[in-house]
Design a protein around this ligand. Structure first.
Ligand code: BES
Ligand code: ZN
Length: 466
């Protein structure tokens, strides 16, 4: 196995007559890094126990961990207890956000229309039961409502040019009682209004074909009516949590003042057990905290588990927003582990938001080259908790396997699809990369890391993650 072979020292391989993997000798390293693992790398990865990671995933993925629910709260307790059992001080940071409960029933009935309509809901749409005459309101702009009288009517509006929310608000301000927005290209329409607004009126979506059929029906039957029903939809304040365990520098006198944040999100989407997304990253974060607990270090390491990522990076945004300017300056790197264990996904990628190298990608490529003989491929990606760090000017990158597995955000994202080998690989790479920076005798000023890059330019290609 490639990886294990490279974990041996070169000397041991030569002595035992084992063939040296070509990856080690085929890539001359110009900058003088050792090819084999040094004592610090060994120390950083020695205590990683992949069975512990796997067992955390088993526990966390028993049920979907949707933000703001009882299951997410149980995960918060689990993480807090685990971190504390390793000897850490743990902060549980609550935050609130506006959450949306999907309607329990939606219905669109048009008396006299022969074809079946299959409407969709808009996230943040409001409940209501409206029966009224239909009008064709074009694109739904204020100019459209000068042309037609929408008072008390249900406006039929085409998608495009401006947001769904604005279309609902325009209709509402023109006095309409309901809105139907149909697609402007083939296929169903599943949209979001982006957030709550007091002006909303009940709104449903239709595919392009069904929207056009509805307008045909209206043309042929002037005064045609419809009934829109949206039941049980609710927008309200919800609470979720971040959990942060801190490893302080082990010798106060040598404290560099620098902080590294290793983070991952704990929540999942509804109906998905989220074994890979993201019990995997959460479990690796836990095991890194445990295995690195007693490492001598001159850098603070924070192990963070963020809530409500799937609702729009809410937990990590809250965490970064609450940092003082002084703390932001001290954070030199954010390692974001999100979907790091799927047997059915591709290779590991370390992706920054802008696709440019930074301290995280450099440390990662240096560590992975030593561990595996070749550096982890770099890529570019947003869509996860490293984004708020990047936006605050903190070097950050996402660890993910690409291409994604087919189970992403489905009920099939379960424990049986998890690869221990992938978990072990990511855990070792991140541990070695972080410890390269955090270990005691690392007196290199920050800039040196960039100068000393041993990673050939060709190792970068822009990797489409999905
Ligand atoms: N685990 C994914 C992250 C991800 C990153 C997936 C890159 C695919 C490619 C994450 O949990 C997620 O699903 N993110 C959302 C966006 C987020 C802002 C709600 C997504 O990508 O749809
Ligand atoms: Zn995720």
């Amino acid at each position: 196995m490639k990886k294990k072979a490279i974990a041996f020292s070169l000397a041991a391989m030569l002595a035992s007559g084992v063939a040296i993997p070509t990856a080690v000798i085929a890539q001359p390293i110009e900058t003088g890094y050792q090819e084999a693992l040094d004592q610090f790398d060994q120390k950083a990865i020695r205590k990683i126990d992949v069975d512990r990671i796997y067992n955390h995933i088993a526990t966390l993925s028993e049920a979907p961990r949707v933000a703001g629910t009882e299951v997410e709260n149980r995960s918060v307790e689990y993480l807090k207890n685990e971190f504390e059992s390793y000897g850490y001080d743990v902060e549980v940071q609550p935050f609130t956000y506006t959450g949306y409960t999907e309607p329990s029933r939606i219905d669109l009935h048009v008396p006299g229309m022969e074809s079946e309509l299959s409407p969709g809901n808009f996230t943040y749409g409001v409940s209501g039961d409206v029966t009224a005459g239909l009008i064709d309101a074009g694109i739904g702009s204020p100019a459209d409502y000068e042309r037609v009288n929408a008072e008390g009517k249900i406006a039929v509006v085409r998608r495009g040019e401006f947001s769904f929310a604005q279309k609902v608000i325009n209709a509402s301000e023109a006095g309409a009682a309901g809105v139907i927005i149909y697609n402007n290209s083939p296929g169903a329409l599943n949209g979001t209004l982006g957030g709550h607004d007091d002006r909303y009126i009940p709104a449903l979506s239709l595919s392009q074909a069904q929207g056009q059929a509805l307008l045909e029906h209206l043309k042929a039957n002037s005064g045609a009516e419809a009934r829109i029903v949206v039941e049980g939809a609710e927008t309200g304040e919800h609470t979720s949590h971040n959990v942060i365990a801190t490893k302080h520098p082990t010798n106060k006198k040598k404290d560099t003042g620098e902080v590294i944040v290793i983070g991952s999100h704990m929540d999942s989407v509804p109906d998905a057990p989220g074994a890979n997304d993201n019990a995997s990253g959460t479990a690796v974060t836990l095991e890194l905290a445990r295995s690195m607990k007693n490492l001598p270090s001159d850098t603070e390491i924070r192990f963070a588990s963020f809530g409500a990522e799937e609702l729009g990076l809410i937990g990590s945004r809250h965490y970064v927003k609450e940092l003082s300017e002084e703390e932001k300056d001290r954070i030199v790197a954010n390692f974001n582990l999100d979907m790091v264990g799927s047997r059915d996904a591709g290779d590991l990628i370390v992706a920054s938001v802008d696709g440019e190298p930074n301290i995280v990608t450099e440390l990662t490529q240096k560590a992975s080259k030593k561990l595996n003989g070749e550096p982890t491929t770099r890529g570019r990606s947003g869509s996860s908790d490293h984004v708020p760090f990047h936006e605050a000017g903190i070097p950050a990158a996402l660890f993910i396997h690409s291409p994604l597995e087919p189970w992403y955000h489905t009920p099939q994202d379960t424990l049986d699809k998890i690869s221990k080998e992938k978990l072990q690989d990511v855990a070792e790479i991140v541990a070695a990369a972080v410890y390269d920076r955090a270990r005691f005798d690392n007196q290199n000023p920050k800039e040196k890391i960039r100068e000393k890059s041993s990673v050939p330019k060709e190792a970068f290609f822009e990797q489409p993650i999905r």
